[in-house]
Design a protein around this ligand. Structure first.
Ligand code: COI
Length: 355
């Protein structure tokens, strides 16, 4: 791919790696590329990070044809920089875009664009323990029209932000509100797609949970409000007896890259994983009878986040005495160990960026 490069005249001061938080600082440059129906993708460019100028009739502002991805670049002790399974993000974005009738982007172009931007911004990949460079590729409809239809033009952009922990709790247990009023997704809808609209629809419940002192929401299925689906920005896993139970990917749940990696690790350790419907009653009962040993969320931004408490319809249960479980910690250590190059990458998940 031919990528034009316009270098920023003044580079920003890098933030203190001890207080990065999540998504607060942005690197010096961004990648952009345009799509026009009949022409295809064109004008790939890396330019100084800055505001976009868009017409008020730009379709994404009205009908939300927008999809995004999230992945990270990690700095290893030997200076090497790797991406974690970027092909999974590329493929998921194609599926998301197909659902929203948007243009799709070839997997190799998606990865090459990220590699080129990371190469230019390599000094922004932090080195402190538990930090990384979060990469946010996204695409949206740019056609100017107020008629509802699949747009004829799109823009694909990649921005990057050095990050620490997603939740202020870090890798400590979070309190979760089981939502029985609002729903996130139904089969046939867009639950499996990573589109901004899903997150917009989730904010009311998140606000409600946070106003009650909970960090995130656990969603139930949108039809019966009976089966556990996912947590706000993560897939959810429950260690019941000696098995790990998680919702199946069947239309309303996001197919998480971290979810897939955790399932692969568990199976490699001969721990049984059940991808099945789990009712909230079964889950609460397991918690009350001591069969629910651990619970955690998985996601790129949050990595692995232990769940220490669940609130459902006036009842509250604690999990593992509000402490990070042994399996949860082992999964966190192994996954992040692979990502930071300290544990053998036996599944060849790391994708080196040739600097
Ligand atoms: C991620 O985990 O990368 C996500 O996309 C969650 C995000 C909404 C912060």
């Amino acid at each position: 791919m031919d990528i034009k490069f316009e270098k920023a005249t003044q580079l920003k001061q890098k933030p203190d790696q001890n207080s990065l938080g999540f998504g607060k600082y942005f690197t010096d440059h961004m990648f952009l590329m345009d799509y026009t129906k009949g022409i295809g993708w064109h004008d790939a460019r890396i330019v100084p990070y800055g505001p976009l100028q868009i017409d008020p009739a730009t379709m994404v502002l009205h009908y939300a044809q927008e999809t995004f991805e999230g992945l990270k670049a990690y700095r290893h002790k030997n200076g090497k920089i790797t991406l974690f399974r970027p092909e999974m993000n590329a493929r998921r974005m194609i599926k998301s875009n197909e659902r929203l009738c948007m243009a799709t982007l070839d997997e190799n172009i998606f990865i090459e664009a990220i590699e080129e931007l990371v190469k230019i911004e390599q000094d922004w990949v932090p080195s402190l323990k538990e930090t990384s460079l979060y990469i946010r590729p996204f695409m949206f409809a740019t056609e100017t029209s107020v008629g509802v239809h699949a747009a004829k033009s799109y823009q694909f952009i990649i921005i990057m932000t050095p990050v620490g922990a997603y939740y202020p709790e870090g890798v400590n247990p979070v309190k979760i509100w089981v939502e029985d009023e609002y729903v996130r997704a139904v089969k046939g809808g867009t639950g499996f797609a990573k589109c901004g609209g899903n997150y917009a629809a989730s904010i009311a419940a998140q606000e409600k949970a946070q106003s009650q002192g909970y960090t995130q929401v656990l969603w139930l299925d949108g039809v019966e409000r009976k089966y556990v689906e996912e947590v706000g920005t993560m897939n959810a896993m429950f260690v019941i007896d000696d098995k790990v139970v998680t919702a199946p990917i069947d239309g309303s749940v996001l197919p998480g890259v971290t979810r897939d990696s955790i399932i692969t690790l568990l199976k490699d350790w001969n721990i049984e994983v059940e991808e099945r419907k789990l009712s909230i009653d079964e889950l609460m009962d397991a918690a009350k009878t001591g069969r629910l040993k651990e619970a955690f969320g998985t996601g790129t931004a949050a990595v692995i986040s232990p769940i220490g408490q669940l609130y459902y319809k006036g009842e509250e249960v604690q999990i593992n005495d509000f402490k990070t479980g042994i399996l949860t910690q082992k999964l966190y250590d192994t996954l992040t160990g692979i990502q930071w190059g300290d544990v053998e990458d036996k599944f060849a998940w790391n994708h080196e960026v040739k600097l």
